[in-house]
Design a protein around this ligand. Structure first.
Ligand SMILES: Cc1cc2nc3c(=O)[nH]c(=O)nc-3n(C[C@H](O)[C@H](O)[C@H](O)COP(=O)(O)OP(=O)(O)OC[C@H]3O[C@@H](n4cnc5c(N)ncnc54)[C@H](O)[C@@H]3O)c2cc1C
Length: 432
């Protein structure tokens, strides 16, 4: 047996680093085990980090964190066969402190965060996979990693979507395909100036551009483009169950998406710099473990399924950081009381309830079910694009009122009826 740590954290993603940093700053003995060769080596997101939570750990983090671009513009597009109908929102305030979000690369961000953790006094052991939990009767007492037994007063599972540690602690079962989306992403690199020019970006700003419709061949999910300094992150996120049921590969959808006329020209000449794939827990509260604590054990971030997916937002990294910080606060109190029992650690769940993590998940608890409605990915994009095409086509024929065109679009096979429209709008209002 080696020295007993106050806390062992499994996983050096955003949840693990936020937790370890907060604990180490208050002087606790902390070990982080990370299976990747370096923190971030195996991790990916779309992606942008949204919200102010990182500021609580590192005031004005953007001055030192490896950010690419502030997200100053949001665009949502519906894709039909060749058509594209978009809503675009930009505001100069998104390009001023405290900012709204930043595009970043996980390999750089996680590595930067893990360095901060080390500077705060914790040990970050990379290339070290935690294989099992150690038990003292019914209490978790450490982890087994690299053939060693590593004892700790508390273990915090921050090991991501398929958390082996949370399963071993008995807090959750196997992942179900209907609760998961698969993401695949390419990073395409361009010469300096190309990204600004193609996306009409000013003052270093960037875009978060989301697509639904034909980009996933109508399967629940969507596609995205994020602008980095001199590259684009381009990907699709699709229901794993639908991919399996339909025998479709997510990569085929990505390649389809890249060929769409609204997108192809923007990507032209991009050099493939990175390819990655990852799973996302998207069922929110419905898939969360009912308890996020046990004797000597806590679970945070994706391991606890703390991801907000509403179709308008896909946020997990900020939820991971917030839950890692909440876990640390709980452990600090437990250390002061010399009591790491489940009763003491249960205050973690209360902290999450008080903050945005559980409030947002509760507000949007109906979103995962709403997003299973296949009309969102088939009939609706087709309806909107067809209508736009008719409104904007000038073919020498007498023009018709938009209302009449709209009624026409509601006829025929696969069209959206008034009843479906009313139902979907009502459900969207409740869910989003
Ligand atoms: C395609 C895609 C797009 C996304 N886009 C966004 C976005 O734009 N914005 C956003 O906020 N979120 C986004 N997310 C979600 C976000 O990436 C996650 O919610 C977030 O990374 C969760 O952080 P985490 O620390 O809980 O887990 P992870 O980031 O998964 O980190 C877990 C860590 O644990 C390590 N690990 C796992 N098992 C072990 C073990 N047994 N021993 C040791 N180490 C282990 C892993 O190597 C990893 O470093 C996206 C996700 C995907 C897949």
């Amino acid at each position: 047996m080696l020295q007993e740590f106050d806390a062992i954290i499994v996983g050096a993603g955003p949840a693990g680093c936020a937790c370890a940093y907060s604990l180490a700053k208050t002087g606790l003995d902390v070990l982080v085990t990370e299976r990747g060769g370096f923190a971030g080596a195996k991790n990916m997101w779309g992606g942008a980090f949204y919200g102010p939570v990182l500021n609580e750990l590192f005031p004005e983090f953007w001055k030192e964190a490896p950010v690419e671009r502030p997200v100053t513009r949001h665009r949502y597009s519906l894709l039909s066969g060749e058509g594209c109908l978009s809503v675009d929102y930009a505001h100069p305030k998104f390009n001023r402190p405290p900012y709204n979000g930043f595009t970043m690369f996980r390999a750089k961000f996680d590595n930067w965060f893990a360095e901060k953790v080390q500077q705060a006094g914790a040990i970050v052991a990379t290339g070290l996979q935690a294989d099992d939990l150690l038990w003292d009767k019914n209490k978790v007492a450490g982890v087994r990693a690299g053939g060693d037994d590593l004892p700790a007063k508390v273990v915090i599972a921050c090991d991501g979507v398929n958390s082996m540690m949370a399963k071993k602690a008995g807090l959750r079962g196997e992942l179900q395909p209907q609760d998961i989306k698969q993401g695949v992403k390419e990073v395409l690199r361009f010469s300096p100036g190309v990204v600004e020019e193609r996306f009409n970006l000013q003052d270093g700003g960037g875009i978060d551009w989301e697509f639904i419709g034909d980009c996933t061949r109508g399967l629940p999910g969507g596609a995205f483009i994020y602008t980095n300094k001199e590259s684009l992150s381009v990907g699709v996120v699709v229901s794993l169950k639908s991919l399996i049921d339909q025998g479709v590969r997510a990569d085929d959808l990505l390649q389809d998406f890249k060929r769409h006329p609204a997108v192809a020209g923007l990507l032209e000449g991009g050099e493939l710099a990175e390819y990655s794939a990852h799973l996302i827990p998207v069922s929110g509260i419905a898939m969360m473990p009912s308890r996020l604590y046990a004797d000597g054990f806590l679970v945070a971030g994706d391991a606890a399924a703390l991801v907000l997916g509403t179709g308008l937002a896909l946020e997990g990294a900020n939820f991971a950081v917030a839950s890692g910080m909440a876990a640390a606060k709980t452990v600090i109190k437990a250390k002061q009381a010399s009591d790491f029992s489940a009763v003491t650690l249960s205050s973690y769940q209360k902290l999450l309830e008080e903050g945005f993590v559980m409030k947002d998940l509760k507000t949007h608890r109906l979103a995962p079910h709403f997003l299973e409605n296949e009309r969102i990915y088939t009939a609706w994009p087709k309806f909107a694009c067809n209508l736009a095409e008719k409104v904007f086509t000038s073919d020498g024929e007498p023009r018709r009122k938009t209302w009449e065109l709209l009624k026409d679009e509601m006829k025929g096979e696969g069209a959206v009826s008034f009843a479906q429209m009313a139902k979907d709008l009502f459900e969207a209002g409740r869910a989003l």
